[in-house]
Design a protein around this ligand. Structure first.
Ligand code: IYR
Length: 223
């Protein structure tokens, strides 16, 4: 049994007058509605400090038993990016040419994706996110993590939101299977690749598929 964590007063919570809350909710929604996944990036450099702050924001996500079961590997090295591209394209090649069922390919058709992933070479940052099945506590004990997928998914959502808020574009890339990332990035077996986030500036005049977000009554039920 470990000693209970000491409790401290919460000094950071802030309540707003109701009208201000409504205004803030509208503002945030219109800010986040501008986010679109892009697939064409420039090689323009992005200051590392921005990435660091966004990672800290992501690392503040709630997690099972507060064990923070994630690890972010930030890749700028062109040789490592290229190796990732080569390995990802190998997997995608088989995915698009036989492994994926027709129904899946039909679902992807409007997005215009294929096995070519030049953005993995071009974008200034790739962030590989790993979900950790176990944590190593400060006292050296190795403990099981809980709700690993939910926790890491929330952290990724916060990362994407933070990067968008900072003015960067992202692509949530999920080459499947992704285990080649452990090998290339030297991560242990207890870390499972969760997704690969491509980060940078979109090319001038970038186009995105004309998809619409579902209306509220299609995504939520109020009882
Ligand atoms: N991983 C492939 C296929 C792919 C799958 C889904 I679901 C997408 O939303 C987009 C692509 C690829 O990256 O091309």
């Amino acid at each position: 049994m470990s000693a209970p964590a000491p409790f401290i007063p919460l000094t950071t919570y802030r309540e707003y007058p109701q009208a201000e809350m409504v205004e803030r909710a509208h503002q945030f929604n219109s800010e986040i509605q501008r986010r679109r996944t892009v697939r064409e990036f420039t090689d323009r450099a992005v200051p590392r400090e921005i990435i660091e702050q966004c990672l800290l924001a992501a690392g503040s996500a709630p997690s099972g038993a507060a064990l923070q079961p994630w690890h972010f590997v930030v890749i700028t090295d062109p040789a490592i990016k290229h190796t990732i591209r080569v390995e990802a394209e190998k997997e995608e090649q088989t995915f698009y040419n036989g492994r994926a069922p027709q129904e899946w390919l039909d679902a992807l058709a409007p997005l215009g994706t294929d096995e070519h992933k030049p953005f993995l070479d071009i974008a200034p940052y790739l962030i590989a996110i790993f979900e950790k099945t176990h944590s190593h506590l400060d006292d050296g004990r190795r403990v099981k993590n809980y709700y690993v997928g939910q926790s890491t998914g929330i952290a990724c959502g916060m990362l994407i939101t933070a990067l968008h808020h900072a003015g960067l574009a992202t692509l949530t890339h999920t080459p499947s299977p992704m285990s080649f990332l452990n090998k290339i990035l030297g991560r242990p077996k207890e870390e499972r690749p969760f997704l690969l986030l491509v980060v940078g500036y979109p090319v001038d005049g970038v186009k995105v598929p004309d998809i619409k977000r579902k209306p509220l009554d299609k995504i939520a039920t109020f009882l």
